[in-house]
Design a protein around this ligand. Structure first.
Ligand code: ATP
Length: 370
């Protein structure tokens, strides 16, 4: 096992800065997820760790050892890609065992390992089959087995579940979690799917335009996003944003929009005062879960809420919950209601905001004040 460290890593392809001064410290045994939109530099970062891409500048360490000049095969890593290529003419057993055969591992050791891994991934009954006789999910598990059987120091996985249908993806995700708990091997996992990132990662690195935006536990990036990008990227439905002004009203500090205002809680008011934001424009962020119709208001929330009224644009029934799309401040936003919420288009709904969970971002830098 090993920790992985990227120090000031930059990768340019001509004029394109794919990875921009990235610093990441992956702890020994950690499951770290690189999350971000298409083109943000996740895959390039992973390929740099694998040794498939040379850095333009910066250092990469695996297990404390500088590996910049060490070829991929000597880095003791195993990669699982989105387009895993199994050997079509070999059966599942040989697909799993082949890497060990090349390394001249004794037959009986290979046999023991293949059977152990096959059992771990539910492939015992498929060992004689060829890849074309397998389902997508089974093939994916063979690709995983092939990586696992090598006992590497680090697993590198690039969207390994993206070819699977929704149900199989959830199932394989569960298998990955169990596998990591059991093996505890340092894993770097690339995905653009925030649900995958939140469920799999010990920590998540949110990237955008080649830069690290935030590194934290799934809970940290969800509850305390460092900036508007992270706030908008993590969470479904996404956070609602409103342009507002910070104003004083009597003793209170309020956020004033074109057709609503919210009185800030004391701690939040203090933060904005100390940042000298009075009369300045800021961006207010409210997650759909933190804005809800009055039926959802619990007694113990009452000291922490403010209410506002808005017309419903449309209602989205999700089965276990309902999303109310409403118009406020010249934009469309989403509130969360229970499954049996009874609203229709055009209704004026009274919405409550949980002030403890609101966020304020700087208009220019988009960094979070809270
Ligand atoms: P995706 O989720 O779409 O795979 P990503 O976050 O993994 O995206 P990268 O594949 O790392 O992003 O690409 C980062 C940037 O570098 C993109 O702008 C991409 O076009 C560019 N890039 C990647 N590889 C090369 C290459 N070999 N030559 C030129 N540009 C490249």
């Amino acid at each position: 096992m090993a920790d992985v460290k990227l120090v000031n890593v930059t990768k340019k392809f001509g004029n394109v800065v794919a990875v921009d001064n990235v610093n990441i410290d992956v702890k020994d045994g950690e499951f770290l997820v690189l999350l971000g939109p298409s083109g943000c530099g996740k895959t390039t970062t992973l390929r740099i760790v694998a040794g498939l891409e040379e850095v333009t500048s910066g250092e990469v360490y695996i297990g404390g050892k500088l590996v910049n000049d060490i070829p991929p095969k000597d880095r003791d890593i195993a990669m699982v890609f989105q387009n895993y290529a199994l050997y079509p003419h070999m059966n599942v057993y040989r697909n799993i065992s082949f890497g060990l055969e090349l390394r001249r591992v004794p037959r009986d050791v290979i046999d023991k390992k293949v059977k152990e891994v096959a059992q771990m991934l539910g492939l015992e009954n498929l060992l004689e089959r060829k890849p074309k006789e397998l389902s997508g999910g089974q093939r994916q598990r063979v690709a995983l087995a092939r990586a696992i059987v090598r006992d590497p120091k680090v697993y590198l996985m690039d969207e390994p579940l993206s070819n699977l249908d929704a149900k199989l993806r959830v199932q394989t995700r569960g298998e990955l979690i169990k596998l990591h708990e059991r093996l505890g091997v340092t894993t770097i996992y690339v995905t653009h799917d925030q649900v995958e990132a939140m469920t799999l990662g010990d920590r998540v690195v949110v990237m955008n335009k080649g830069k690290v935006q935030q590194i934290g536990t799934p809970k940290e990036v969800f509850d305390k996003p460092a900036n508007k990008f992270v706030a908008g990227f993590v969470g479904t439905p996404p956070m609602n944003f409103f342009n507002v002004t910070v104003e004083k009203e009597g003793e209170d500090l309020i956020l004033k929009g074109s057709d609503f205002k919210l009185k800030l809680l004391k701690d939040h008011a203090k933060l904005l005062e100390s940042a000298n934001l009075r009369r300045r424009e800021v961006i207010l962020g409210i997650r759909p879960k933190d804005i809800f119709p009055k039926e959802e208001l619990l007694e113990n929330m009452k000291p922490f809420v403010e209410h506002l009224k808005a017309p419903i644009d449309f209602v989205e029934l999700m089965g276990s919950e309902t999303f109310l799309h409403f118009k406020l401040n010249g934009t469309l936003a989403i509130a969360r209601a229970s499954a049996n919420a009874d609203y229709t288009m055009g209704d004026i709904v009274e919405l409550y905001v949980d002030l403890r969970n609101i966020h304020v971002f700087d208009k220019e830098t988009e960094s979070a004040y809270f």
